[in-house]
Design a binder for this molecule. Sequence first.
Ligand code: NAD
Length: 494
Amino acid sequence: MFNLESRISNLDPPMTHVTNLIGTLQPVGDEPRMPVVDPATGAEIGTVPVGDSSDVDRAVTLASEAFPVWSEASAHDRAAVLHALADAIDAHRDELAKIESQDQGKPFALARDLEIPRAAANLRFFADAVRQTRSEHYDLGGQGFSYTLRRARGVAGCISPWNLPLYLLTWKIAPALATGNTVIAKPSEVTPLSAHRFAELAASAGLPPGVLNLVHGRGDTVGARIVEHPAIPTITFTGGTATGEWIARTAGPMFKRLSLELGGKNAIVICEDADLERAMPTIVRACFQNQGEICTCGSRVLVHRDRIKAFMARFLESVNALKIGDPLDPETDLGPLVSAAHRDKVEAAIARAVAEGGTVACGGERPRGLPDRVKDGFFLKPTVLMGLDQSCATNQEEIFGPVVTVQGFDTHGEAVTRANATGYGLACSIWTRDLERAHKMAAKIDAGMIWINAWMLRDLRTPFGGMKRSGVGREGGDEALRFFTEPRSITVGW
Ligand code: NAD
């Protein structure tokens, strides 16, 4: 159990110099490096290689060489390795949670109780899934029969963002490896530390060299080379929509298979009969968990006008009660934003909202009186904005921070229209006691994931992803197993 004493005696992490896993973990050399910063303190806690395309090229050579053996190993053997990786994560759960918290700013408790266990669960889920799959067979009567072979596609490029570092890295590499692909993964250069520790653990989990490669560095060098490399036929990317557009433009003409999990502008719809008392803790989490830096977080709260007064009273009371502070403090609800640059961006979005005629109902500024250790961190109060029309930039563009707007609606049809009135289509949650209405609304909402009286309640078998500018393709369950395999239909005539 995380205990305050050990936390206090061990607050400052040792410097970590991240290195690539290319066949084996590479030694630290004289390559150009960038700082890794603890967003709670502003202190440098490590370095990461700037990286260049030659790192990717070397990794692709090894991954291509490892592919025949790994892809032809039995699903049981591959699954055993993934289980060993999951066990290693479990055995280092507190350590990885602390690394994740200090690298990203998320509350330690969130990393320890949710994200790190989920990273292990991702590996176990796909290990078990490939041991359970069946192949398809079609009887052609007296003429013969067809069957479908699904084989790994080759070297998969897995590019992940900074908000849920190990959770999203494993969400991609687990189905890729389980189905027999070899992997070149690129963690975000902003939060590379948990991936580096994972690479160290992978070495002792029996993963054959070259099967999993982690190449660190900038997106426009290492990431771009993964997208452009002709020997990587499969790209799975989670990140911003602008980056996704570039990847689609580049990889499309090369006929690569693409999964793009991009940004969102998700609505939270509060119907006139919502049970506000029961719903409020989850609604507040849906807005502000991980400082709002989760792609499924709601950023537009749409409230039936008959309930808006009651809603705002409860909502603001709950938001104002959130504790902002040292992410290593078990009492903390909100840590810092991931970087100074990201906080600048979120603050600029709040200033733009005010210029657009919005009013700040709470937050909108940096907190004061933080503990000395974190006084230089990149903190921002959870912010609620009102008085903004759906068409303004604030309600159209992703902010990806602790900022939500509240709008009223008169009819539930209008709520659906407003929920759909952005270019994005990732997630939505609907809060009502009338389940018939909820199902009807859900069927009309243009989002890949819709929760009714819930948020982030997930079964790893369900499709995960969005439509419109939120992306192309789905992850999770069978969707992921199909994505990473190539079907061959084989027909036999009697
Ligand atoms: P980003 O697009 O800046 O970076 C994501 C990853 O792509 C990083 O590893 C980065 O180095 C790499 N990258 C950057 N440019 C690249 C290029 N030209 N070619 C290849 N790779 C490149 O995104 P971010 O700021 O790290 O993450 C925040 C974004 O991620 C938000 O928009 C958020 O909504 C989105 N996100 C989406 C989901 C989802 O499932 N839909 C989940 C989490 C985050």
